[in-house]
Write a protein that binds this ligand. Structure first.
Ligand code: CO8
Length: 263
């Protein structure tokens, strides 16, 4: 699929080394459905493979990052449709297969699957008035794309339990205060700008080191502290086999800016 043939997303490269993906299904507040997710996966994989790209930003509109999974698409599904067809399994490509960092810039509504998609990203930025939450309980279901796991890991059990059981939504400011968001911004423009700036910073480093950073931080979510630290040390040792380790350390000694080989 060529870039211009996307129907539900827009892709661009607004800054050096940075790939931007904007969800673009305005009539449904970027409600997520399979055709959109397949385009998103394609764009993420294309940037992931592109050697000129070092980091990505995922955003929606000022009104909605994504107002959830498409309720109208889900309404008629029965158990066999959901289980038999592995409904929403394709959503897991972002957290499971993408190796370069992805920053979400969350403005407006990020509800249900929209909140889950934002939390699948490696860094979450939002604007103060963003409206996040897991309101699935109100529809007679539960979070289905990782929300119960990622929200709980990020903000703790009691608060996550309260939010998921009541369906209460929360602001971008709350997301920041609780540690779910790494940064909060006054306006959507500043939020996207901040995300692009951070992505540009990351894209300026050795791709090898960046990839290793993402891998070891993610391991901390699955491993105990001892195994995690041992894992980190092995990856750290491995980086002494890279050209960029020599380049980075020699540049420091010479007080020069490192010119990475990304090897
Ligand atoms: N799905 C489908 N259409 C949607 C969705 C959605 N999630 N959200 C909004 N829309 C549509 C509306 O139906 C409306 O369409 P139309 O103009 O044809 O009537 C259009 O977008 C604009 O929406 P509103 O008129 O409602 O806009 P408001 O500004 O008045 O309200 C809200 C905005 C508060 C965001 C409101 O639209 C809303 O409550 N939306 C639903 C939010 C929600 O409950 N999301 C969670 C969905 S469940 C989920 O995501 C589960 C994920 C995991 C799946 C696992 C399944 C196994």
């Amino acid at each position: 699929v060529a870039e211009k043939s996307y129907e539900y997303i827009k892709v661009s490269t607004p800054r050096p080394g940075v790939g931007l993906i904007e969800l673009h299904r305005p009539k449904a507040l970027n409600a997520l459905f399979t055709p959109l997710i397949l385009e998103l996966n394609h764009a993420l994989k294309t940037f992931d493979k592109d050697s000129t790209i070092g980091a990505m930003v995922l955003t929606g509109s000022h009104k909605a990052f994504a107002a959830g999974a498409d309720i109208k698409e889900m309404a008629t599904k029965d158990f066999a449709d959901a289980f038999g067809d592995d409904f929403i399994e394709s959503w897991s490509e972002l957290p499971n297969t993408i190796k370069k960092p992805v920053i979400s810039a969350v403005n407006g509504h990020a509800l249900g699957g929209g909140c889950e998609l934002a939390m699948m990203c490696d860094i979450l930025y939002c604007s103060e008035k963003a409206n996040l939450g897991q309101p699935e309980i109100k529809l007679g279901v539960i979070p289905g794309a990782g929300g119960s796991q990622r929200l709980t890991k990020a903000i703790g059990k009691s608060k996550a339990m309260e939010l998921i059981l009541t369906g209460r939504t929360f602001s971008g400011k709350e997301a920041y205060d609780w540690g779910l968001a790494a940064k909060v911004f006054a306006t959507p423009e500043e939020c996207l700008d901040g995300a692009l700036a951070t992505a540009e910073t990351i894209a300026g480093y050795s791709r090898i080191a960046v990839k290793a950073c993402k891998e070891v931080v993610n391991k901390s979510q699955d491993l105990g502290i001892r195994e995690g630290v041992e894992y980190e040390r092995r990856v750290f040792h491995g980086l002494f086999g890279s050209e960029d380790q020599k380049i980075g350390m020699n540049a420091f000694a010479k007080k020069e800016k490192a010119q990475w080989n990304h090897r």
